[in-house]
Design a protein around this ligand. Sequence first.
Ligand code: FEO
Length: 171
Amino acid sequence: MLSQKMEEAINAQINAELYSAYLYLSMATWFEEQQLPGFSVWMRVQAKEEMTHALRFHNFVNDRGGRVKLTPIDGPPTDWDSPLAVFEATLAHEQKVTGLINDLMALAIEENDFASQGFLGWFVDEQVEEEAGATDLVGKMKLMQDAPGGLFMLDKDLAARIFTPPADMVV
Ligand code: FEO
């Protein structure tokens, strides 16, 4: 059984994950407008992954006898100055999400909630990947600042990203 405090904190995290999906879909839309379809594909896959994060928390609340309460999602930004600015915003957002996951883990430890600690471990690992992926793209885009063809080559690479539904859960 989840404590009320943990249930409320996870419900807030479901909202944060749905906001992440909304943010990345907005970024996908912006890339489409900039005629960068590969970047848009990358962001669409990112948005789908965020939906699975929300559902992972959703399923966990249900499995622990808690109650999911969906709340309004804030509107994301809709405009950025450059592709680099989009990925800098992505990295900053993922760093913020890492902080939220760490706060949830700290609460689970404080409450001796071992099931939540085990569950949250998956997200701790996931955030390492999320930050590394965004850091990599920020670095690549900074490197190719003076090479006009670089953006289009990277666009081709990013178009190859595919969404793989997680094998360990129903989405
Ligand atoms: Fe759900 Fe990008 O972390």
